[in-house]
Design a protein around this ligand. Structure first.
Ligand code: ADE
Length: 231
């Protein structure tokens, strides 16, 4: 079973997303083990301090070395980790091939930074992979950590049923998905494409392929070019 350890100074932020829906179910049915660690409990400071002013001045506080080194050190004594991931905006952007690779790991640590950043020595000595979830800045690594967890967990064996297979996802073939519809076939005068109710599976497959190409070309010309060039 895959094990994910998440280290955070604000573990309250992680509660909801880990306890419900697909990730919550995957945990309950023991397809994944997710353990959240409150960084403050590792601080040797009597007030549980985990940050301090930056050397050289500047705005904001920086996460200190001691609690993080102690926390990751004690986890590493228990088991071997294939990756220590630090979500940060100054890193390569997460994509589906990266998620696919990460989901094959046995044990990973996700270290959530907060405030202005974390002491560079943590990044140099402990972090093995830095990932951004996009070109915008969030106030901490907790939401990016949840995005990483959700994207990995849904790929684990037995987490999604056949009907919801991740192989059909947008991005798994480098294209966005075709539009989908469900009952009723007519809603306030709005119909659904006739082909989808035709029962002709080959024509439906071709229609979906065409719509996927169309949608990708319109909204993500960068993905479209990659797809065409790879063919
Ligand atoms: N922390 C703050 N902003 C982030 C981003 N865009 N990606 C990953 N981690 C972050």
């Amino acid at each position: 079973m895959m094990r994910i350890d998440i280290i955070s100074a604000v573990p309250e932020l992680l509660k909801g997303p880990l306890d419900h829906s697909i990730v919550g179910r995957a945990r309950k049915s023991r397809k994944v083990e997710i353990v959240v660690h409150d960084l403050r409990t590792y601080s040797t400071d009597k007030h549980g301090k985990v940050d301090d002013y930056p050397f050289g001045g500047g705005a904001g506080l920086v996460m200190t070395t001691q609690p993080v080194f102690d926390c990751i050190g004690s986890l590493r004594q228990e088991r071997e980790y294939q990756a220590v991931i630090f979500p940060t905006p100054d890193a390569p952007i997460l994509d589906q091939p990266t998620v696919n690779k990460l989901s094959l790991h046995e044990n990973i640590i996700i270290l959530c930074g907060h405030y202005k950043g974390i002491d560079q020595r943590i990044r140099d000595e402990l972090v093995t992979l830095e990932i951004s979830i996009g070109d915008y800045v969030l106030s901490g690594g907790e939401l990016p950590a949840m995005i990483l967890v959700d994207s990995m967990v849904r790929l684990l064996p037995g987490v999604l049923g056949d009907a919801e297979s991740a192989l059909d996802d947008s991005f798994q073939d480098g294209l966005l998905s075709a539009p989908v519809y469900t009952r009723p076939a007519s809603f306030r005068g709005l119909g659904v494409p006739e082909i989808l109710t035709s029962g002709n599976h080959e024509r439906i497959r071709l229609w979906r392929e065409e719509k996927a190409l169309e949608r990708t070309r319109e909204v993500r010309p960068d993905l479209y070019r990659n797809f065409i060039n790879k063919k």
